[in-house]
Ligand binder design. Structure first.
Ligand code: GLU
Length: 490
């Protein structure tokens, strides 16, 4: 029987961020490699931080990335419900058990009273610790006070001294001094469990074997170990994956660019490229390999090989990987990914997407190697779908302002008009012939023609562009450019 069960436990406080996605992915790799189960649990007890639609956004992003879960929302499973807000009874029961066993107690200290103690401790340079004022209240007295309407939290009785040793599969042994911890609140006065408490109860109730999560939770781990001990549960194996820092080693934030999976998708990044990128945030197969599929990672993944050192978030690298996927994916897949962007930008209609599939395919094929994202790809195809009405300003100065340009464009236009079989071979031959006849440099004709046909200084091969535009559009655009030059630049 396989005992490996891992979980990803997001709090629905917003979109799925790179860090969360990376944690989910590492859990998923681990489960898939060892033939275990990957559980998704929604930690939605902190009602103040909840954001509407967050769960559906997180689920959608996970699905989009291809991270499927064996148990959890939508799929159910034997350890449900998988929303903490639906498990409150279980937390209450366990809290009461701890109180009965004398391992936890009701605390009636009011928030302002605690604030005063905190202030005093601050002034005397002590670390803030709960002073244990309610530790001695008997259970009977406490229950009476609660019945009389007094508000109370439940606190875990934490030994004053000693050490908690956490064995982490990535960080090794980490020791925590108990005198740094105080009697932690496990149930708030509104009856809602604190994160550490709900998390431990659920990890146990859901038979989780390994808790793989962000390093920021390492400091919660001794508290959770204390809870495992108090509750009499077997302790899971912990693995804390390294932080993801911005290039300047500061905390990752909005100012470092997109950080949520949704934003990346909207910016034209492909799911497999993002997965590839996240895979290397803290893990590597130990070779120079930069492109890797989830199946390959699953085969090679070892949690002990995950780095302790913070991973640096580098969107340039992500863009590079995305570009690699764009040029190596099947053309049909790239088209499938690009069409929604073309539609959204209004470059094609649904009907055209079907009827003109082949010409769209040819256009995408000539530009896909030149771009890194689907947004760039869309933007690079614009002049194939829309008339050119503006010309790059630098291009105008460089190519259109020469006195001989209109004449050259006119001759170029006429030579194109003569071509019967308007393909790359014939358009190129016609242009080369003209260049030779006029004894000019090829750029003298090619550059202004490119600007006339595309409005830009850069494009895929000019003759491929000509063929994709077709003869009529080429002639019309040459005429329009000639007119433009005569009217505005002369
Ligand atoms: N809900 C916690 C978070 O989103 C989960 C922490 C854990 O995995 O234990 O950070």
């Amino acid at each position: 029987m396989n005992h490996v069960r891992v979980r990803f436990a997001p709090s629905p406080t917003g979109y799925l961020h790179v860090g969360g996605a990376r944690t989910a992915l590492f859990n998923w790799f681990f489960a898939r490699k060892l033939g275990g189960q990957f559980v998704l649990r929604i930690e939605d007890t902190d009602t103040q931080r909840l954001k509407e639609d967050s769960v559906s956004q997180i689920l959608a992003s996970m699905k989009w990335l291809g991270i499927d879960w064996d148990e959890g929302p939508e799929v159910g499973g034997p350890c449900g419900p998988y929303y903490q807000s639906q498990r409150l009874e279980m937390y209450q029961k366990e809290a009461q058990r701890l109180v009965k066993e004398g391992k936890a107690y009701y605390c009636f200290c009011a928030p302002d009273e605690l604030a005063q103690t905190r202030e005093l401790q601050r002034q005397t340079g002590q670390a803030f610790r709960y002073n244990g004022k309610c530790r001695g209240i008997s259970q009977t007295d406490a229950l009476k006070r609660i019945e009389a309407g007094e508000e109370a939290v439940v606190r875990l009785r934490v030994p004053d001294r000693g050490q908690i040793k956490v064995t982490d599969l990535i960080h090794g042994n980490v020791n925590f001094e108990l005198d740094q911890l105080d009697d932690l609140i496990i149930v708030k006065s509104n009856g809602i469990p604190a994160y550490n408490f709900a998390c431990v109860i659920d990890d146990h109730a859901m038979n989780i074997s390994h808790v793989i999560r962000a390093e920021e939770h390492l400091s919660n781990t001794p508290k959770q170990v204390l809870l495992y001990q108090a509750l009499g549960y077997n302790i899971v194996q912990f693995a804390h994956v390294p932080m993801i820092l911005a290039p300047d080693r500061s905390k990752l934030s909005k100012r470092h660019g997109a950080t949520s999976i949704e934003e990346f998708r909207d910016q034209g990044f492909l799911a497999p490229a993002i997965v590839n990128y996240l895979t290397f945030l803290g893990w590597s197969p130990g070779t120079d390999q930069e492109l890797i599929t989830p199946a390959e990672t699953v085969e090679q993944f070892e949690i002990s090989k995950v780095s302790k050192k913070a991973a640096i978030y580098d969107t340039k690298k992500l863009a590079w990987i995305n570009g690699q996927y764009l040029s190596s994916m099947s053309l049909n897949d790239v088209i499938g990914e690009t069409i929604p962007f073309l539609l959204r930008k209004g470059l094609i209609t649904e009907m055209q997407a079907g009827e003109q599939y082949n010409s769209i395919k040819n256009i995408i094929d000539v530009v896909r190697n030149r771009v890194k994202t689907l947004v760039e790809l869309t933007e690079a195809t614009e002049y194939f779908f829309k008339d050119v009405t503006e010309y790059d300003e630098k291009g105008q100065r460089k190519y259109f302002s020469k006195p001989e340009t209109t004449d050259l464009l006119r001759q170029g236009r006429d030579s194109l008009e003569q071509i019967e079989c308007f393909d790359v071979q014939h358009t190129e031959a016609a242009y080369r012939q003209l260049i030779e006849d006029l004894s000019i440099k090829s750029g003298d004709l090619i550059h202004p023609t490119r600007l006339a046909l595309t409005g830009r200084m850069e494009s895929p091969g000019l003759f491929e562009v000509m063929v994709l535009l077709g003869k009529d559009r080429c002639l019309a655009r040459m005429d329009r450019a000639i007119n433009f030059i005569c009217k505005t630049l002369r």
